[in-house]
Design a protein around this ligand. Sequence first.
Ligand code: PLP
Length: 381
Amino acid sequence: MIPISKRLQKFPEYIFSKLAKEAKKVELEKNRKILDLSLGSPSFPPSKKYMDKLKEFIDTSGSHLYAGYGATAEFSQGIITWYKTRFNVDIKNDELFPLLGAKDGISHIVMALTDEGNEVLVPSPGWPGFTGPALMMGCAVVPYNLTEENDFKLPLDEIRRKITARTRMIWINFPSNPTGQVATLEELKPLVELCKEKNIWLLYDNAYAEVAYDGYLSPSILQIEGAKDIAIEVGSFSKMYSFAGFRMGWIVGNAHVIAALAKVKSQIDSGLSNPLQALSAYAFTNPDTIWHKKMISKYEQNKNKLIKVFTELGLTMRNPKGGLYLWAKIPDRYSDSYMYCRELLKTKHILVTPGIAFGANGDRHVRICFSSDITHLSEYI
Ligand code: PLP
């Protein structure tokens, strides 16, 4: 056979595509649809106000043309306005860039910032999107542990110990996927100081900034004075406005990093389309707060229902302040998280994600997504 890249051996298949195949097999064997609580797909339909606007933007003359490689003037103005009103942070034109979803920036930024042999610190458990691209680029991935004993908070001493001369960047994600834990500015400040002291890039994944409960308001890392010297922040419309399939996100922060990522992306894609940049700008400046409240309230109801159901099934979990997931501990009788998921799939036709997918530290947990459509939950339990 003609060879394919050896690079593929450096990283595993993306866990969610692997699981989807297993679930399809069970569906076919049993001829019954499974209840999919594995993927973080937002089932709540987007606001009609935005969908109507999108149609209008598509019908605008020139909407089909290349948008160019960077931000349109209205996108820039939109994000600048939103960061000022939401976080009281000033963003300049060279400190922002539109993304084709947060994953676009998260995967490609490794090409912009690292050299082969560099080390990238990632949370364990943490979103697998931080790990694969780093491995692909020939970096070593160094996990830091978010543990139950430490309330899934940042382990600053451990991070300090794990920084070496080869460390180039560190990923932080709050509200966290998968733990649902959040971080305050006071907790983040020492990390900003540490990254400055050690001269490493701090990458803050704020994809769930607008998905929080009980009135909790997530901060931006850029609220910390001087953070822009070493930090960038990635944001996403996927969960904030249920635009997951549209692929809309952004990156803000250190201008040097933004320019480096823009250079990489200029070789990879041709920019976020005009209608989607226009929709981003519109959504930034016209937040649909009524719709957003309804979405949060729906997810909160789902969350409470699923906490009840899975607690009755013998799992233990906290009620998360942010994000879309329950991080639930499996009973001792299961040897690992995959074993639990397989049994749940076979006996109840419910698919959840094994914690091992989020790092070795996750193998006594499973992740249960509460933004899934659970209208028919009672038929499965
Ligand atoms: N970051 C985290 C922590 C996520 O959980 C996800 C998606 O699940 C993403 C980024 C990707 O977001 P997007 O859909 O904007 O690419």
